[in-house]
Ligand binder design. Structure first.
Ligand SMILES: NC(=O)c1ccc[n+]([C@@H]2O[C@H](COP(=O)([O-])OP(=O)(O)OC[C@H]3O[C@@H](n4cnc5c(N)ncnc54)[C@H](OP(=O)(O)O)[C@@H]3O)[C@@H](O)[C@H]2O)c1
Length: 294
């Protein structure tokens, strides 16, 4: 298939480019090639390239930054996806869009998971913008897949694994405090890209939860990473109340891949299997980058 991919230099975009490129023709565009907030440019690119599928990997993802950047957040996270959805409808392409666990309030008790048809009730500006992005895609694209994922990590981009390594190996923090009251499923961008490939091959449409199986707290996740990498780090649990951030985060981020399972399409493994595979493959590089301050 011919796939136009936006946000190609982001954490998920760079992985989708590599993984899907093994089987498909990918036209990968970063922000300077295509700023999705410009309707005319979106139309021009999609008309010119004539892809069968458009992957939207662009987003404003700084969750705390979203609280004070409301104009840009709306432009990138809502108007951008709407532009892509309308252009996809006009030129008969399928649209693949990514959303987040932060569209839910997380009030369900642990370990009750969120299902695809649970009502959205975001706690943050980021969550609200992603909720609106989903509505924009559903209302405008004829053929779409929305993949709601969570707690992503990968070799590139800002993510939890890179951040804790940076704090311990570069900033030399003696004690690393990590919240133990936010629960979710760490999910590797590589596997999300593989799952996206399965979905477009199956020709399905709809909103899918796409996270690794099982769940943990962020504190459990941090301990697992240091143990696997053989790094001695003093990791201490704390509560979200002790770590005040501009944006509120849900306590329960556990998503159930119900639709994937119902359709026999779920390839997502247990979170520990993927975290271990990721660290075995990229551990040395992650440590090298963290030590150099990258
Ligand atoms: N990270 C997570 O844990 C997580 C969890 C759940 C869902 N998601 C969703 O997954 C998707 C990908 O997230 P990610 O973590 O890969 O984000 P990311 O690393 O921040 O990548 C986002 C990309 O979007 C680009 N971009 C920003 N504004 C743009 C614009 N106006 N036009 C075109 N491109 C633009 C950025 O380019 P610049 O670098 O040049 O700004 C960046 O390359 C998003 O929809 C996000 O909401 C992420």
């Amino acid at each position: 298939m011919k796939i136009l991919l936006t946000g190609s230099k982001g954490m998920l975009g760079s992985e989708c480019r590599e993984v899907l490129g093994a089987e498909h023709e990918i036209i990968a565009l970063d922000r300077k090639d295509l700023d999705i907030t410009y309707w005319d440019k979106v139309v021009e690119k999609i008309q010119h390239i004539a892809p069968q599928v458009v992957f939207n990997c662009s987003a404003f993802t700084d969750v705390d930054g979203c609280e004070k950047e409301s104009f840009m957040v709306k432009k990138v996270n809502v108007e951008g996806p709407r532009n892509l959805a309308q252009a996809c409808a006009r030129f008969g392409c399928k649209m693949v869009h990514f959303s987040t666990d932060y569209i839910f309030n997380g009030y369900k008790s642990i370990p009750q998971p969120y299902f695809e048809d649970d009502s959205m009730d975001p706690l943050s500006a980021y969550g609200r913008s992603k909720m609106d992005s989903e509505v924009a895609v559903r209302d405008n694209a004829f053929d779409y897949i929305i993949m709601r994922t969570a707690w992503l990590y990968g070799l590139n981009g800002r993510n939890f694994i890179r951040s804790i390594l940076h704090r311990v190996l570069y900033k030399k923090m003696k004690i690393l405090k990590v919240v133990n009251d936010q629960f979710g499923s760490p999910t590797w961008t590589h596997t999300v890209a593989l799952q996206a490939g399965e979905l477009i091959k199956a020709g399905v449409t709809g909103t899918y939860h796409v996270t690794s199986e099982g769940y943990c707290s962020r504190f459990d996740w941090a301990k697992h990473v240091f143990k696997k990498l053989g790094i001695r780090a003093a990791v201490e649990p704390c509560s979200s109340n002790q770590m005040v951030t501009p944006a509120r985060r849900p306590h329960n981020c556990i998503l159930e891949n119900r639709l994937l399972k119902k359709q026999g399409l779920n390839i997502m493994p247990d979170w520990k299997i993927d975290v271990d595979a990721f660290l075995e493959k990229h551990g040395d590089e992650l440590i090298r980058r963290a030590k150099s301050g990258d």
